[in-house]
Design a binder for this molecule. Structure first.
Ligand code: CZF
Ligand code: MG
Length: 183
């Protein structure tokens, strides 16, 4: 089955392809921009997929993800991209300097629309923020400061395949796959 994925983020496409490889799903990235409403991930994905469908007229998905830090009241959340591009991981580590509560999680919400009904598929992975940047050359954005629970390496120290075994994106795309297989 082919899934059209409206995103400007190649990292997401690469991970989705790895996640769905053995499910004979083909991912085709389409570059149809959409407004990201100010709100929760669910709202960004729901409004975004409607806007993309209006222009594309075929079943399509969008994905909105965010990084949520417990001690900072779930900051940066839906502003993750802006925060990554401004203060970056060094800034996040500065905000958490000498902080013992380093709990954080990634969340992905995929919005799917085929003209009939909108479906949202969610994936969450909990973990902690490292005390220093630990970059093994993999991943992107916050991956080099995020240690998923039960692991000792950051996402950026794991290969994309290893990350995609447990990531928020894996969990959301598997929910989508299961839904599409039973359509
Ligand atoms: O370390 C990370 N590991 C991940 O697995 C991950 N997934 C998303 N993000 C970051 O969170 C923001 C999402 O924003 P986002 O969902 O709007 O994506 P985006 O704007 O990059 O692409 P698009 O799909 O909207 O075109 C952006 O800063 C992404 O870099 C991640 N950071
Ligand atoms: Mg975005």
């Amino acid at each position: 089955m082919k899934i059209y994925f409206a995103t400007g983020n190649q990292n997401k496409v690469d991970e989705a392809e790895i996640i769905l490889k053995e499910a004979n799903c083909e991912i085709e990235q389409i570059e149809i921009p959409y407004a990201e409403v100010q709100g929760r991930l669910e709202e960004v994905s729901a409004f975004g997929v409607l806007e993309v469908f209006e222009k594309f007229n075929r079943p399509v998905i969008v994905e909105d993800s965010g990084f949520f830090i417990e001690k900072l009241n779930d900051f940066p959340g839906t502003y993750s991209r802006f925060v990554q591009e401004t203060i970056g991981n060094e800034g996040i580590l500065k905000l958490l300097e000498n902080e013992t509560n380093r709990n954080a999680y990634f969340k992905t919400v995929i919005g799917y629309y085929d003209g009939d009904n909108i479906k949202l598929f969610t994936g969450i992975v909990k973990g902690t923020i490292s005390t220093e940047i630990k970059d093994g050359g993999f991943g992107f954005a916050y991956d080099s400061i995020f240690i998923p629970e039960g692991k000792t390496k950051t996402f950026a120290e794991m290969t994309t395949e290893e990350k995609s075994e447990i990531s928020h994106r894996k969990r959301a795309f598997y929910e989508l796959k299961n839904y599409l297989e039973n359509l």
